[in-house]
Design a protein around this ligand. Structure first.
Ligand code: HEC
Ligand code: HEC
Ligand code: HEC
Ligand code: HEC
Length: 457
C-alpha cells in the first residue's frame, strides 16, 4: 500500500542526531527571498492571516544564512521554501492522482478548488480573515502551524515582547508539546472540519499515519536543535522521551475524539477506524487467523488499536492502575466497534470517555521520570509485547517501530555510541519489515526486535 515515502518519514528520528546540521545548511543559495512589504501595523487584527510573504523579508525570517542576532535563526522562511514538503501540499492537488481521487468521489469541484482538499493542503482561510489575499499555491505556510499573525506580527519584534505575549494575541504555542501535537494532528489525523475517511482512502488518498517524533524529525528543522534548547533551559535528562510520550497520548486522545465525531455524524460504521486487514486480506493465507483465534466474535472487522498499542506501555510505567482502567475502557470500545450493531451514540460516548481519561493522564506523563533506565524499560516492554503487536497487525507494528526509534534516539543523546554501528542497522531492518505492508513477516519482525534488545544490553 504505502511504501517509500512512509519509510523516508520513519527514518527521521535516528538520523536527526547526525544530519540536522547538514539539512539546515544545505539550502540552495541562488535566489534572494521574494520582495515582501513590511506589515502595515495599523489595520491588522488578531485572527487575521497575512500569508508567508509577510514573514519573508531578509531582515525577518527570510535570511539565506542563519543569523545569530536574536533568539531565532531568521532563515526559517528560506528553509521552509527550499526544503519543506509542506510547500508542495497545494501542488499535489494539481496532479492526476488528485484528479482521480475527486473523480472517484464524484465531486463536482476540482481538487485545487475544493475546501474538502484545500483545508489540509493549503492555508485555506475565509476571505474575511485575510488581511491580504493569500496565495493558495504557497501550500501550508507559516500561519497554518503558527496561527494567524494579525495580532502579533507588528509587535513581536519589539524589545521586551515575549513569546507568551504573542500567544495571547493568537500565536499558537508550539513550544508546548500538547498544542504542537494537536496542530500537526489537525491535518495528519483530522479534526472537526477535515477528515480522511475510508471513502477518501478507497478513492486513492493515502491512509494517514502520524507519529510526532518521527514526523518532526523528517521536517527540515527551522527551529533550534533540541540539544541547544536543553542547554539553554537546563531541562532534565531525557526530556525528549517525555515529549515523545506526551505526543503518543495526544495522538490517542485526538484519535478518540475523531471516533466520537464519526460515530455521531451518522456515517457509521467508519471502516477507517477498523483493522484494514480484517477486510483486505487474501483468503488463500487466511488460515492463520483461524489458528490465532478471535478476541471477540469470529468474522467481524476489529477496531484498529494502532494508537493504543504503544501508549498502553507508557501508561503502565506511569500509573499501573490507570492502565487497568484504560484497558477496560478500550476493550469496551473495541467490542462496540466490532459488533457493528452497537448504537453509534454508545460508541461516541465510550470514545469520549476514553479521550477524557487520557486527557487526565497527560499531566502525569509530563511529570514522569524518564531517565535512560526508564526508557530502556519501555523498549523492553514493547519488545515483550510483540505477540500482541503482530496480532493487532501491521499498523500497530509500525507505531511500535517508530516508538523504538524515538526511544533509542533519546537514549543516544547521552550515549552517541549507541547510534552507530549495529543498532542503527537493526533499526533499518525493522523499517524494512514494514516497508511493504502486504509482505509483512511476523517472524522476521520478532527476530529483529530480539536482535535490537540484545544489542541494547
Ligand atoms: C485531514 C487532512 C486531509 C484532507 C482532508 C485531504 N488530505 Fe491529502 N494528504 C493529507 C496528508 C497529511 C498527506 C500526507 C500524508 C503523509 O505523507 O503522511 C496527504 C497526501 C495526499 C496525496 C499524496 C501526495 C503525494 O505526494 O503522493 C494526495 C494525492 C492527496 N493528499 C490529495 C488529496 C485530495 C485530492 C484531497 C481532497 C479530496 C485531500 N488530499 C484531502 C491530508 C489531507
Ligand atoms: C508544518 C508546521 C510549520 C510550518 C509550516 C512553519 N513552522 Fe515554524 N515551527 C514549527 C514547529 C513545530 C516549531 C518548533 C517549536 C519549538 O520547538 O519552539 C517551529 C518553530 C519556529 C520558530 C522558532 C520559534 C521559537 O519559539 O523558538 C520560528 C521563528 C518559526 N518557526 C518561523 C516560521 C516561519 C517564518 C514559517 C513560514 C516561512 C514557519 N515557521 C512555518 C512548525 C511550523
Ligand atoms: C494544514 C495541514 C497540515 C499541518 C498543520 C501539518 N501538516 Fe504535515 N503535511 C500536510 C500535507 C497535506 C502533507 C503532504 C504534502 C505533500 O505530499 O507534498 C504533509 C507532509 C508532511 C511531511 C512529509 C511526509 C512524507 O511522507 O514525506 C512531514 C514529515 C510532515 N508533514 C510533518 C508535520 C509536522 C511535524 C507537523 C506539525 C508541526 C505538520 N506536518 C503539520 C499537512 C499538514
Ligand atoms: C469493514 C471492511 C473494511 C475495512 C475495515 C477496510 N476496508 Fe477498505 N474497502 C472495503 C470495501 C468493501 C471496499 C470496496 C472494494 C471494492 O470496491 O471492490 C474497500 C476499498 C478499499 C480501497 C480501494 C480498493 C483497493 O483495493 O485498492 C482501499 C485502498 C482501501 N479500501 C483501503 C483500506 C484501508 C487502508 C483500511 C484501513 C485503514 C481499510 N480499507 C479498511 C472494506 C473495508
Amino acid at each position: 500500500m504505502r511504501t517509500n515515502r512512509f519509510c523516508f518519514a520513519l527514518k527521521g528520528v535516528m538520523s536527526v542526531v547526525f544530519v540536522t546540521g547538514m539539512l539546515q545548511f544545505s539550502q540552495a543559495q541562488e535566489s534572494p527571498p521574494p520582495q515582501s512589504s513590511p506589515p502595515e501595523a495599523t489595520a491588522l487584527q488578531p485572527g487575521q492571516y497575512l500569508g508567508a510573504g509577510a514573514c519573508a523579508s531578509g531582515t525577518c525570517h527570510g535570511s539565506v544564512e542563519p543569523r545569530n542576532l536574536y533568539m531565532v535563526k531568521q532563515n526559517e522562511y528560506f528553509i521552509w521554501l527550499k526544503q519543506d514538503r509542506h510547500t508542495q501540499a497545494y501542488n499535489v492537488l494539481l496532479t492526476d492522482k488528485s484528479i482521480r481521487i475527486t473523480r472517484n468521489l464524484h465531486m463536482q469541484e476540482k481538487p485545487f478548488e475544493s475546501a474538502r482538499c484545500l483545508d489540509c493542503h493549503a492555508l485555506n482561510v475565509p476571505k474575511s480573515a485575510q488581511a491580504r489575499p493569500i496565495e493558495l499555491a504557497e501550500g501550508i505556510s507559516c500561519e497554518a502551524c503558527h496561527g494567524p499573525a494579525g495580532g502579533w506580527i507588528a509587535k513581536h519584534t519589539e524589545s521586551g515582547w515575549t513569546h507568551e505575549m504573542s500567544v495571547k494575541e493568537g500565536m499558537k504555542d508550539l513550544r508546548d508539546i500538547v498544542p504542537r501535537a494537536q496542530t500537526c494532528l489537525a491535518c495528519h489525523l483530522g479534526d472537526g472540519q477535515k477528515t480522511v475517511n475510508h471513502e477518501l482512502i478507497a478513492a486513492g488518498h493515502p491512509d494517514l499515519i502520524f507519529e510526532l517524533d518521527n514526523y518532526s524529525a523528517v521536517m527540515p528543522p527551522h527551529w533550534a536543535p533540541f540539544t541547544d534548547k536543553r542547554r539553554e533551559t537546563g531541562e532534565q535528562e531525557n526530556q525528549e522521551a517525555r515529549v515523545w510520550a506526551i505526543g503518543q497520548a495526544v495522538a490517542f486522545q485526538q484519535g478518540m475524539l475523531q471516533v466520537a465525531r464519526r460515530a455521531r455524524s451518522g456515517d457509521w460504521p467508519e471502516f477507517a477506524e477498523m483493522n484494514c486487514y480484517a477486510c483486505h486480506h487474501s483468503l488463500k493465507d487466511g488460515e492463520w487467523r483461524q489458528i490465532r483465534g478471535y478476541r471477540t466474535k469470529a468474522g467481524l472487522p476489529h477496531w484498529n488499536p494502532a494508537r493504543y498499542a504503544v501508549l498502553r506501555q507508557i501508561i503502565s510505567s506511569v500509573d499501573p492502575q490507570e492502565r487497568q482502567q484504560l484497558d477496560g475502557q478500550v476493550d469496551r470500545l473495541a467490542e462496540a466497534i466490532a459488533s457493528m450493531k452497537t448504537p453509534p451514540a454508545t460508541v461516541a460516548s465510550t470514545a469520549t470517555n476514553l479521550a477524557d481519561t487520557i486527557g487526565r493522564a497527560i499531566p502525569q506523563i509530563r511529570q514522569a521520570d524518564m531517565d535512560n533506565a526508564a526508557v530502556k524499560r519501555l523498549i523492553d516492554a514493547i519488545a515483550k509485547d510483540v505477540p500482541y503487536l503482530v496480532d493487532a497487525e501491521v499498523h500497530s507494528v509500525e507505531q511500535a517501530i517508530m516508538a523504538i526509534n524515538a526511544l533509542v534516539t533519546a537514549m543516544a543523546r547521552d550515549n552517541p555510541a549507541l547510534a552507530q554501528g549495529s543498532i542503527s542497522k537493526t533499526l533499518d531492518k525493522l523499517y524494512d519489515d514494514v516497508k511493504d505492508r502486504e509482505r509483512f513477516d511476523r517472524e522476521q519482525f520478532a527476530k529483529h526486535v530480539a536482535e535490537l534488545q540484545r544489542e541494547l544490553r
